[in-house]
Design a protein around this ligand. Structure first.
Ligand code: IMP
Length: 430
């Protein structure tokens, strides 16, 4: 058993970067399969902090094949900035491979993202303004530019001219905004193509070889299940499929090649951006958790909204992704609370419901039903064995497994690589 998909179980920011980094150490190949620079992983390695948006965090280990799959939308200047930063810090990036089928985020996508959010006003999605929605929109309407186009000078020139004719008309007529110059854009992107070219490959072929030679492959999801375009809290979602199914589509690997799926879950809930959030905490406990957990966006710096753990959300996540196991993160942040709540169901117009309604209007009316568990006061950050946890912390972890009917494979109690407890080796899950 050697292929594992790692997904976010909530609204993103579950600490996937840390768990990915931990599993990447065992893996031979690490794959990003969706999203773009809207994602942000913060990793602490030997006390040094790394912030990655596009490149799989496995790059921090030597000799790991790191793939940016076809399902990712790539913003070339952002990718080059990341490559430069890694190189400056002495990281070898010769094992990076970028799918020739991945789509590009262009400057007009970023601009249209901003303009559309402004136009929505109060009804805004709260996007990261990284051009993600407009880039996926162009992909689906078959007006996208792909990495393969970057490598073909004539194709690039022609496509930029054709696409800009349409984009400039939208910018001028709908948003009354400045147009882009096709010649300048072509020159800029031709420059990027020369730097990116050595890393470009048919990554589905590389993955197929890796699968057949029994190499350990880790597919790292960005964002989270509740931000999935189909299964999340639409329209307050991202424009891709962060769920396990997205790993197949976004990397060109068939479903029968996936062995297990691990959901990363934070010991409480956070979300950035707008949209209903039934277990949200609106008192001082929320502010306390935000400060202790440093809950500010990696990409945008925005303060995250804080809530109690919601097992209605988690059961949805377990089902949609077919989770084999959970990886529980940031448990240490809850230390010091007198009691801890877990949302077990919702009350909606007098009835108890255990599933997420499709209608956001209905979700906004849902009131959380909480179970209250005792908290613990002992510091967890230097505990390296689950058996040594204070009973209340163990009880909390076990209760999550019970309510989700899913075993917990990993518990993380701090940002460092050593602050991770393995209860089950996910590369060996039968
Ligand atoms: P977009 O992906 O920038 O279009 O943003 C759509 C929604 O997804 C917004 O609510 C964002 O805050 C949220 N989002 C996108 N990426 C992330 C992430 O990596 N973590 C948490 N939320 C995200």
């Amino acid at each position: 058993m050697s292929t594992v998909v790692l997904v976010g179980s909530q609204w993103g920011d579950e600490g996937k970067g840390k768990v990915t980094d931990f599993l990447a150490k065992q893996a031979d190949v690490i794959v990003r399969y969706q999203g773009g620079t809207n994602a942000g992983h913060t990793l602490t390695v030997s006390g040094e902090v790394f912030k990655l948006h596009l490149i799989p965090s496995g790059i921090l280990y030597p000799q790991k094949l790191c793939i940016i799959g076809n399902g990712v939308v790539i913003d070339p200047p952002a990718l080059l900035a990341e490559i430069d930063t890694l190189r400056e810090r002495g990281i070898d990036i010769s094992t990076l491979r970028i799918s020739d089928r991945a789509h590009l985020v262009m400057p007009y996508h970023r601009r249209l993202d901003e303009l559309e959010e402004e136009r929505r006003g109060k009804g805004k999605i709260g996007t990261t303004l990284r051009g993600i929605g407009p880039a996926y929109m162009d992909k689906v309407t078959r007006m996208g530019l792909r990495v393969a186009d970057l490598l073909d000078e004539e194709e690039l020139r022609e496509k930029i001219e054709t696409l800009l004719a349409q984009k400039n008309s939208i910018l001028a007529n709908i948003y009354h905004a400045e147009p882009f110059d096709p010649a300048l854009m072509f020159a800029e992107y031709l420059g990027y193509s020369r730097i990116i070219a050595p890393y470009v490959a048919d990554t589905s072929l590389l993955l197929d070889e890796a699968v057949h030679s029994g190499r350990k492959i880790l597919f790292e999801g960005a964002q989270g299940t509740m931000l999935d375009i189909d299964h999340g809290t639409y329209p307050y979602v991202t424009s891709s499929s962060p769920t396990a199914g997205g790993a197949c589509i976004g990397s060109g690997v068939g479903p029968t090649r996936i062995d297990s799926v691990v959901g990363v879950v934070k010991a409480y809930t956070t979300r950035v951006g707008d949209g209903p959030f039934p277990s949200e905490i609106s008192d001082a406990i929320g502010d306390h958790i935000r400060e202790v957990g440093r809950e500010y966006g990696t990409t945008t710096g925005r303060p995250r909204r804080i809530g109690w753990l919601d097992t209605v959300v988690l059961r949805h996540t377990c089902r949609i992704n077919g989770l084999s196991h959970l990886a529980l993160t940031l448990l240490d942040v809850l230390t010091g609370l007198e009691s801890i709540k877990i949302c077990t169901a919702y009350r909606y117009r007098g009835s108890v419901i255990e599933h997420i309604p499709a209608s956001l209007r209905a979700l906004a009316e849902c009131e959380p039903i909480f179970e209250e568990l005792p908290g613990w006061q002992e510091d967890l950050t230097s505990t390296s064995n689950f058996a040594d946890f204070p009973p209340a912390a163990k009880n909390y972890v076990n209760r999550i497994a019970e309510l989700t009917k899913t075993e917990i494979a990993i518990v993380s109690v701090g940002p460092g690589r050593r602050q991770t407890m393995i209860l089950q080796d996910v590369f060996l899950i039968p």
